[in-house]
Design a protein around this ligand. Sequence first.
Ligand code: FAD
Ligand code: NAP
Length: 341
Amino acid sequence: MLTLQKDYPLKSLNTFGFDTVAENFIEIESRDRLVALVNYCQSNHFPLLVLGGGSNLILSDQIPGVVARMQIKGVEVISEQGDQLQLKVAAGENWHDIVVYAMSQGFFGLENLALIPGTVGAAPMQNIGAYGVELKDRVAWVDVLDTQTHQLLSLSSFDCQFSYRDSVFKSVEPGRYIITDVVFNLTRDATQLNLEYLALKDTCESLAKGLSITPYHVFDAVCQLRRQKLPDPAVIGNVGSFFKNPRVCVAEYERLKAEFPALVGFADGDGYKLAAGWLIEACGWKGKQLNAVGVYEKQALVLVNRGKGDRQQIETLAEQIRESVQQRFGVLLEVEPRFYP
Ligand code: FAD
Ligand code: NAP
């Protein structure tokens, strides 16, 4: 039996803290209930929003149809060979708790992705990434419910079409697949570290005090850096980076670098990735406030809700930022989180 709760408040279930109400709300704790819910929504022509931690969503005041909070739980090692192992994690598990759990078991590979808010099931959506590691680097496969065929399927990492903050789930076939589990390739080998990011390497070196850097140092360093620079959503509403880092071709990068020598950019494939935060800060937005919303004073890529902000205020601020970056640098910023509906 599916019991939907009417007019359910979502203020505490989205990290912007928007005062939003779902027409119908339900918590989903099993795959069977998920299948039943999809059937129910399709028969009644109800739109369905699968909600994880609400940390990458910009919600309107009223959400029509059904909001289903993903609560399927479970963690299991499903294979082991030498140092390598596969960890299967259900979609409703909290991402950071799973990183902590993996570290506690001596399973390494997720440490650069510590402290990212949200659920495991949402992580493949935008191929979460931080400090030089992306989810795609650690995913073996993803189990999903295909809402078109009503089958439970496994999609290989290749099928997921992961790319920079994107996947088949986010932009190719949005809404088609509901993720039920993610299987990670992890290792017990503590020497395979990614220290590409300078701030991470420096912090690890200072934590290791001359000894070898371990995945535990990486984990601690990532947590320390993130706590210094990012607002805690429990205190200040935000959804992390509001814009993606724009990609430009080599000629465009060279033109910009000649005109703005302080520009921050990194070689990326056959072009360059520009630090969107630098572009926004250079336009004078850092720390600016517009009504109840604003640009975080320690990282210009993060927009914040300091009280009674709503989607409209955020959209207005984001549009002004996009326009000024485009006018000054000729670069178009793309929004990273999802607007719903
Ligand atoms: P939600 O916001 O609940 O949902 C996001 C999208 O995924 C929605 O479209 C939703 O419908 C869909 N979805 C959720 N669960 C499922 C499911 N099981 N099946 C199908 N679709 C589903 N992101 C990064 O990549 N790197 C970072 O370093 C990072 N840092 C952040 C720091 C802060 C302070 C904050 C607030 C956000 C940050 N984010 C970061 C963004 C966000 O945390 C991630 O995108 C996270 O994976 C979203 O998880 P969620 O459970 O909150 O998803
Ligand atoms: P940062 O380390 O100050 O870096 C600023 C920018 O430079 C980032 O955009 C990062 O790109 C890029 N960068 C830095 N060193 C790099 C290197 N060695 N190679 C390639 N690119 C490099 O950024 P931050 O704001 O403190 O965030 C730290 C990490 O957490 C970043 O990876 C960031 O993506 C991630 N994060 C993501 C979100 C989100 O919501 N998506 C929110 C907070 C933090 P990348 O962004 O591509 O890594």
